[in-house]
Design a binder for this molecule. Structure first.
Ligand SMILES: *Cc1c(COP(=O)(O)O)cnc(C)c1O
Length: 370
């Protein structure tokens, strides 16, 4: 089965091989060396002064950032399931929260954020997704972050980039916490989250000192010494180290360029067979198509062509499908997926097959890579 869901993504063979070595104890010089290398490589990718790794899925890092960096009131953007999660975290911890809610295809605007900040001078932290995976939407988080810092540099800017880290070069100049997860563009099993931190966030974490398991002050104290507060997920970190070394040898710029070419060309291919791209501002991490018969299509893709793509949730259940673009993906694989979608539309009596989708994909892909 070709796994083309936007998380979890497939784990490549070289990562599986690295993770198949016998488990090593986490309090040893051998593991500390791997941890140190992984920290250095991660800092290079995200371009922030500090980075933490936590034994949790991405939501654990979201929770840790909210509790550590927000004291008085949280402003969060809800353009989908993951943006909604920030509000739920605030609620669970009794942190006052204001949400800017939009349709799942609509990005947040700078104006709405500034307006809300003016009306609520007690807001001290802001949360947004770089890519809201629920509808494959790219928020202009960098513009919004800059506007916030111009307005009040003390407001902490938390960016969930779980489906953007490793997908494109992220502008972190106005970001205090940048969240990543193992099971998306880093092609690892789920269970590790990543947080890039600014100097300002570090100072706030030191000053606040909140929580127990997700106490970022405790983690910082340990991780700068290349160890972790609790037992580290050694196997995943070994896999991450292998992935980051491979990515560096390929070159991140090249990976970003290929991801972009693949994603834009796939969007065009879908449009060439009459399908509609769902978000008004699509992210590069996935191709998200609005299609009211998507469940039938997905089922057919699985049973006849061995292709697994994702559907939608909540109001978008059965109305969209999402094709992963994150990670090291061969053009030949996505090409198979695109061709299978066109063949499926023909099988389902929706449109005769003429091979245009794959043609459009390949022509665009290779012209963008030139
Ligand atoms: C996958 C994902 C998460 C994390 O979800 P977990 O299930 O906790 O790993 C958070 N935000 C976005 C945008 C995601 O795509």
């Amino acid at each position: 089965m070709l796994l083309f869901t936007p998380g979890p993504t497939p784990v490549p063979e070289f990562v599986r091989v690295a993770m198949s070595e016998p488990t090593i104890h986490h309090r040893t010089p051998e593991f500390e060396e791997i941890f140190a290398t992984t920290r250095t490589l991660l800092k290079e990718v995200i371009g922030m002064p500090e980075v933490l790794m936590l034994a949790s899925s991405g939501s654990g890092a979201m929770e840790a950032c909210v509790t550590s960096l927000c004291q008085t009131k949280l402003l969060s953007i809800n353009s989908g399931k993951f943006g909604e999660r920030f509000g739920k975290i605030a609620k669970a911890f009794g942190i006052p929260n204001i949400e800017i809610k939009n349709a799942w295809d609509t990005p947040a605007s700078v104006e709405s954020v500034l307006e809300t900040l003016k009306q609520n001078p007690d807001i001290d932290a802001f949360c947004i997704q770089a890519c809201e995976s629920a509808g494959g939407l790219r928020h202009s988080y960098e513009e919004i972050a800059k506007a916030i810092k111009d307005y009040n540099p003390k407001i902490m800017v938390i960016v969930d980039s779980i489906t953007a880290m490793g997908v494109e070069k992220l502008d972190v100049s106005c970001v205090d916490a940048l969240i990543g997860g193992s099971q998306k563009a880093f092609m690892l099993p789920p269970g590790l989250s990543i947080i890039g931190l600014s100097q300002q966030a570090i100072a706030k974490i030191e000053e606040r000192n909140v929580g127990f398991y997700f106490n970022l002050k405790t983690e910082l104290k340990n991780q700068v010494k290349n160890t972790t507060a609790w037992t580290a997920p050694t196997t995943i970190i070994i896999g991450l180290c292998a992935f980051l070394q491979k990515a560096k040898s390929i070159g991140w710029d090249k990976i970003y360029q290929q991801t972009k070419a693949r994603s834009l060309s796939c969007d065009k291919a879908m449009e060439s067979i009459g399908l509609k791209i769902y978000p008004t501002k699509p992210a590069l991490s996935m191709t998200c198509v609005y299609d009211e018969a998507s469940d039938t299509l997905r089922k057919h893709l699985k049973t006849k062509f061995n292709v697994n793509i994702a559907g939608g949730q909540d109001d978008l259940k059965g109305k969209i499908f999402r094709i992963n673009q994150m990670g090291l993906i061969e053009a030949s694989e996505i090409s198979w997926v695109i061709n299978a979608i066109e063949l499926s539309l023909a099988d389902l009596g929706r449109r005769p097959f003429d091979g245009i989708a794959n043609q459009v994909f390949l022509e665009n892909y290779f012209s963008l890579l030139k």
